[in-house]
Design a protein around this ligand. Structure first.
Ligand code: ADP
Ligand code: MG
Length: 368
């Protein structure tokens, strides 16, 4: 457990960057510090491994006051990942990952083997081992940064906006990778971000920082979305917080209806659509879902449509997804019917927005 007790930091320039911080951070969980820029998140994070010294107050890790632990020892027991992966430009990927292991006097061959393993752990192919950082994309560099931080298998991982500089698609991938890793590793992760979406996706608990280095709310993400403690937090989490909160409710109660599916066989989807559409009753009054021979969804045929092209479908509702995905599948589908699929991507049926809303209502009633 990491604990802040009455911790403040005032830089020479005057106002407190962190003001009387009191926070207990659970072991084996992801705790997120979120808030606008300049509100003391980085300063708070860096006081944990003594990159910054507090002006007053105490930080303990598993009961030990960090100010009594030599800084180099402390830093070796904590992985650190920052925004620009901070890789050494003239060292290869594998050398970058091995750095801490070599400092810890792990023999070269063993360090290399462990580093190759870590490369795989963070989802990179071995073929990247001998590249230099500038030969990797931003997302790949961040993965190497995570691998390096994990090298010495530290119990605590400090991450300061590690995914902020990559594009949204890669960022979402990296977030899912981190959650997957954490399921195996169960590290104590303290993760800084200014992005409330990232905070609610990753955090077991979220500390919302406000201007002046004060924590406005510290709670599980679902609670922060449901019951922000004040206007600052409500504004910070944004206007669509109700929608985002649906991420925390299971979608399993949403009824799934049989799909009016049209099978498209063969190699040429265009020809098949023509054929399938032509074989439809041209007075058909409903939308039809086109599927391939493996029952994967391909797109939609509009009511009465006898010609291609297919109309692209909306997002898919995967088995096990939360209510948010069920609602989005229905709202984003051209037919107004969301496509439900199983783990293999095969169509299991359709969901209706009205019934998703009914499911949302019953969740609300259950809670009140
Ligand atoms: P955040 O990570 O939330 O953006 P920081 O912890 O980096 O916030 O900064 C909090 C406040 O402390 C800001 O006003 C910033 O300008 C100030 N600050 C941060 N580092 C220093 C420093 N080394 N010297 C002086 N002021 C600093
Ligand atoms: Mg910062």
């Amino acid at each position: 457990m990491v604990e802040f007790r009455g911790v403040s930091k005032v830089y020479q320039t005057g106002n407190p960057a962190v003001d009387n911080l009191n926070l207990s951070i659970e072991s084996g969980k992801i705790t997120v510090f979120v808030g606008p820029s300049g509100c003391g998140k980085t300063t708070s994070l860096r006081m944990i491994n003594r990159m910054v010294e507090p002006t007053s107050g105490t930080i303990t890790v598993d009961g030990r006051d960090v100010s009594t632990i030599p800084a180099h020892e402390l830093r070796r027991s904590m992985g650190y990942v920052m925004q620009q992966a901070g890789l050494l430009p003239h060292r290869t990927v594998i050398e970058n990952i091995s750095t801490v292991l070599r400092l810890n006097k792990v023999p070269r061959a063993q360090a290399r083997e462990r580093s190759l393993e870590l490369l795989k752990t963070v989802g990179l192919p071995e073929s990247m081992a001998n590249r230099y950082p500038n030969q990797l994309s931003g997302g790949q560099q961040q993965r190497v940064g995570v691998a390096r931080a994990l090298a010495a298998d530290p119990p605590v991982l400090l991450m300061d906006e590690p995914f902020s500089a990559v594009d949204p698609v890669v960022r979402a991938e990296l977030q899912q990778e981190l959650l997957r890793l954490q399921r195996d590793l169960a590290k104590t992760i303290i993760f800084v971000t200014h992005d409330i979406d990232e905070a609610t996706v990753l955090g077991d608990r979220v500390a919302v920082f406000a201007v002046g280095g004060r924590v406005a709310q510290y709670a599980p993400p679902e609670e922060i979305l449901r019951a922000p403690v004040d206007d600052f937090v409500a504004n910070f989490v944004g206007r669509d917080r109700g929608f985002r909160r649906l991420s925390f409710s299971t979608g399993e109660s949403v009824p799934i209806h049989p799909a009016n599916a049209v099978l498209l066989n063969g190699a040429s989807p265009t020809d098949d659509v023509e054929a399938a559409a032509a074989s439809r009753d041209s007075s058909a009054s409903s939308w039809a879902l086109a599927v391939d021979a493996d029952n994967h969804p391909l797109g939609w045929l509009a009511p009465g449509s006898t010609s291609s092209p297919l109309i692209p479908g909306g997002s898919l509702f995967h088995a096990g997804d939360p209510l948010r995905n069920a609602l989005d599948a229905a709202l984003s589908s051209p037919s107004g019917l969301g496509v439900a699929v199983d783990a293999d991507g095969q169509v299991t049926g359709l969901v209706k927005a009205s019934e998703v809303l009914a499911a949302i209502e019953s969740v609300r009633e259950g809670r009140s």
